[in-house]
Ligand binder design. Structure first.
Ligand code: I3P
Length: 447
């Protein structure tokens, strides 16, 4: 089961006193590992931040982004320093959006299969790095932005920065006008949003406002899904039985690029994961890693997996790599909805609507939907929504070809198992609503 993060103490950070949570166990830090710890760091810093100038003028906004910054590249990683805090919260720390494969992790990632993809596609992977604006000549470490969620701010310390990304999904974001976000441009995703304008799925995806240029880079401008929530609870479920594109598989086969960072991530979860050969190479290819991830989690068994959750109380959980059984998934859901039948029912109703729309959607029929998530959001008012997000790896099929999305994948058929996963997700949530433990609700459909 996933571990809960602990809140880092001011002592950990070398910062003056901040309010701190207790009771979470310490976790060993590992490069590339998704953690919640840094999320708490920014919260602590933000609580003390004194907005000034334009930021102070915008103090009527109730939320600020909460970010998880995961240092990349073992040797070069470091904790956030006190000097960074002011920057992080007053905006002088610029979010530099670039391909962190190059900027942060050096050769191991730069050697990945992704580098065989187009530049646009590679950049669309959603990696965010942060760079200081001051000290242009100074070489600073790069950080990978993993999670952005809202955080409640005291009345006197509010800033208007409503943007969001989910735990477990990497994202490239910039703050935008109220209620909107900018996401790093991806050709695939842009094409999806354009096509979705004429599709029945339109009401289930974030509103898309077009491409904008900022600081010399392109972004997709879209609605911030959290904007209308008060202290939202957020969950990201990655849909489908497969999380890599067939094209990635083919390219990896033609030109294998074993990666040490993925080997390390694998070993961290399961020392027996790598084959003897991979152990001796101390590296695994990306498709191999992705397939292993799928079998460790519920992707293969249920056709979806939980990537991360963030609750209104600040509890963040991102390590669901071994959450595989229906019982475990149910427990996470039960905890997420806090036993609320109303929230569960609202989620189910929305999921059923999405399911219905998917079955008639022309867009869905004609696309291989990989790495896309369903985003669950609810708050204490009882408001609960589910949205389809992340289309950076959603690719159009050749003219005339269509997918069923509920049949097994065999290489070449491009099936993604999205609908099968959704059906299982609905059954899982129904079992949660019925107060089941998961044991008695073993009615999961199998291929
Ligand atoms: C990552 C996850 C991402 C994937 C990333 C993996 O593994 O599968 O979906 O990015 O590849 O490392 P984990 O969840 O275990 O951290 P894409 O979906 O963009 O392929 P990457 O390391 O090449 O960014």
């Amino acid at each position: 089961m996933p571990k809960e993060c602990r809140r880092r103490t001011s002592k950990d950070l070398g910062l003056p006193g901040t309010g701190l949570g207790e009771g979470c166990r310490p976790e060993r830090r590992a490069a590339g590992k998704q953690t919640c710890e840094e999320l708490e760091l920014l919260h602590s810093a933000a609580e003390r931040a004194q907005p000034s100038g334009a930021a102070a003028a915008a103090m009527d906004a109730p939320r600020v982004p909460q970010v998880t910054i995961t240092p990349e590249g073992g040797g070069s990683s470091r904790e956030m320093q006190q000097e960074d805090w002011g920057d992080a919260v007053d905006g002088t720390l610029r979010r530099k959006l670039s391909n962190s494969s190059i900027s942060s992790t050096g050769s191991s990632v730069a050697e990945s299969e992704d580098d065989l993809l187009s530049d646009t596609e590679s950049r669309s992977k959603g990696l965010v790095t942060l760079e200081h604006l001051l000290d242009a000549g100074d070489i600073k470490p790069w950080w990978k932005l993993k999670t952005i969620v809202h955080w409640p701010f005291s009345a006197t310390q509010r800033r208007k920065l409503n943007w969001v990304q989910l735990a477990g999904h990497k994202g490239n974001f910039k703050a935008a006008d109220e209620g909107t976000i900018l996401k790093k441009f991806s050709e695939f995703e842009m094409q999806c949003f354009e096509k979705l304008k004429q599709d029945v799925l339109l009401s289930f995806v974030p509103e898309y406002h077009g491409v904008v240029e900022k600081d010399g880079e392109s972004f997709l401008h879209m609605t911030d899904l959290l904007a209308n929530f008060d202290l939202p609870n957020v969950m990201d479920c990655k849909m489908g039985v497969r999380t890599y594109l067939e094209v990635e598989l083919g390219r990896a086969r033609e030109r294998p690029r074993p990666r040490e960072d993925l080997y390390r991530k694998m070993v961290e979860v399961d020392g027996e994961g790598p084959t003897p050969e991979e152990h001796s190479q101390r590296a695994v290819t990306k498709p191999r890693y992705m397939q292993w991830r799928e079998t460790m989690s519920s992707t293969h068994t249920l056709g979806f997996r939980i990537e991360g959750t963030k609750k209104s109380d600040g509890t963040c959980r991102t390590d669901f790599k071994k959450t595989r059984s229906k019982q475990d998934v149910m427990q996470v859901f039960a905890d997420f909805v806090g036993g609320s039948g109303t929230i569960t029912a609202s989620y189910l109703s929305r999921l059923t609507e999405i399911q219905k729309a998917l079955k008639t959607s022309e867009f869905f029929k004609r696309h291989e939907v990989i790495g896309s998530s369903l985003l669950f959001i609810h708050d204490h008012t009882g408001r609960a929504e589910v949205w389809m997000i992340d289309f950076g790896k959603t690719t159009a099929l050749p003219e005339g070809q269509t997918l069923r999305h509920d049949v097994p994948w065999t290489e070449g058929n491009r099936e993604d198992g999205y609908l099968w996963g959704l059906e299982n997700l609905i059954h899982t949530l129904q079992a949660v609503g019925a107060g089941g433990t998961g044991r008695e609700a073993a009615d999961t459909h199998t291929h």
